[in-house]
Design a protein around this ligand. Structure first.
Ligand code: DO4
Ligand code: MG
Length: 280
C-alpha cells in the first residue's frame, strides 16, 4: 500500500486501484493497524486518469507534523568520503571512530515545513562550493517506536562546510529546502530485503553526470538499532522520519549546480526527483 499526500487528500494506491481518502495525514499514518484502518475507509475509487492528474498536479511531500532526523556514517562509502573531505582540517579520525562505535551518529535534519517532495526544488547553499545529494532509505516510525513505513530521502549536504570542521555539521545539513522525501509513504507490511536496491542519477542539461546504485544490505547497522537510540530520550507524538545514511557519494570532483536534476530510486517505493535551486 502506498500513500500519496495531495492537496485534495490522501491518494491510496492499493492492489492496482487508486482511492481518495479525505482524512488527516497524522491521524491516518499513526492509526492502530494503519493498513487495516486505511483499507476499511477505501470507498472513493479514482479512475486512473484522475489519480494520475492528482499525482501530477497536486502532490505534496508525505509528511504532516513529523520531524525528520538522520543517521550518518552508516555505510563504508560514507565513512571514506567524509575522511577524504576532512583530511586537510585534521578531522578524518572522527569518522573511523563513529563508524566503529556502539553509539550511532544521529542528527536533527528538518522541521516538516522545510521538507520538499517529489518534483519540488531542493537548495544548495550559496556559501558552499561543494554540494551533493545523499540518497537515503528513510523510515517512518510511529509514536510507539515501531517502523511502520518507508520512503525515499535526499539529505542535501555541503561537503565543504562539513569538511572544514565537523562542528559545522548543522550548517552543512540543516538549511531551507535541504531535505526531500517522497514520492509516497510505503506501507509494505514486511521488512525490506537486504537486496533492496537504491540508485541515484544526476542530470545536467539533459546529460547524465552520475549514475550508481547499491543495496541497503551494505549498511553497517540495523534499522532497529538506529530507532532504539533515537527513541531513548525523545517522544514523537506524531511519529518521526529517520533517514538512515547515504551509501552513494559522487566522486570528489563533483559538485551540484543550479538546475541539476537528482533522481533517487528505491525498489518497491518508486522515484524521488528534485531540481537543484539556489535561495533568492
Ligand atoms: O557525519 C556526517 C553526516 C553523515 C551523513 O549524512 C551520512 O552518512 O549520510
Ligand atoms: Mg546523510
Amino acid at each position: 500500500m502506498k500513500l500519496y499526500r495531495t492537496k485534495e487528500g490522501i491518494v491510496v494506491h492499493y492492489e492496482n486501484g487508486f482511492y481518495l481518502l479525505k482524512k488527516d495525514w497524522d491521524e491516518t499514518v499513526n492509526s492502530d493497524e494503519a493498513q487495516n484502518f486505511i483499507k476499511s475507509k477505501l470507498k472513493d475509487k479514482l479512475s486512473g486518469e484522475d489519480a494520475f492528474g492528482l499525482l501530477e498536479k497536486s502532490l505534496l511531500p508525505p509528511i504532516g507534523s513529523q520531524e525528520v532526523w538522520a543517521a550518518g556514517v552508516t555505510y563504508l562509502r560514507s565513512r571514506d568520503a567524509r575522511k577524504e573531505e576532512a583530511a586537510a582540517s585534521g578531522g578524518a579520525d572522527l569518522y573511523d571512530k563513529v563508524y566503529e562505535a556502539e553509539r550511532p551518529e544521529l542528527f536533527f535534519k528538518s522541521l516538516p515545513h522545510r521538507v520538499q517532495g517529489h518534483n519540488q526544488d531542493v537548495y544548495i547553499r550559496k556559501d558552499s562550493n561543494w554540494n551533493v545529494p545523499e540518497p537515503e532509505f528513510t523510515l517512518f516510525i510511529n509514536p510507539a517506536g515501531d517502523i511502520a513505513g518507508y520512503t525515499i530521502g535526499n539529505d542535501m549536504s555541503s561537503r565543504s562546510i562539513e569538511g572544514e570542521n565537523a562542528l559545522y555539521l548543522p550548517q552543512a545539513k540543516v538549511y531551507e529546502k535541504s531535505a526531500a522525501i517522497g514520492p509516497c509513504l510505503y506501507l509494505p507490511g514486511e521488512i525490506p530485503r537486504r537486496e533492496t536496491k537504491i540508485s541515484m542519477k544526476i542530470f545536467r542539461a539533459g546529460k547524465i553526470m552520475y549514475n550508481d546504485s547499491t543495496t541497503i544490505g551494505r549498511m553497517k547497522r540495523t534499522f532497529p538499532e538506529l530507532v532504539e537510540y533515537l527513541f531513548r530520550e525523545f517522544d514523537f507524538p506524531y511519529g518521526v522520519f529517520l533517514m538512515t545514511g547515504t551509501c552513494l557519494v559522487p566522486g570528489n570532483d563533483f559538485t551540484l549546480a543550479e538546475n541539476d536534476i537528482v533522481e533517487i530510486s528505491i525498489d518497491g517505493i518508486g522515484m524521488l526527483r528534485n531540481r537543484v535551486a539556489i535561495k533568492k
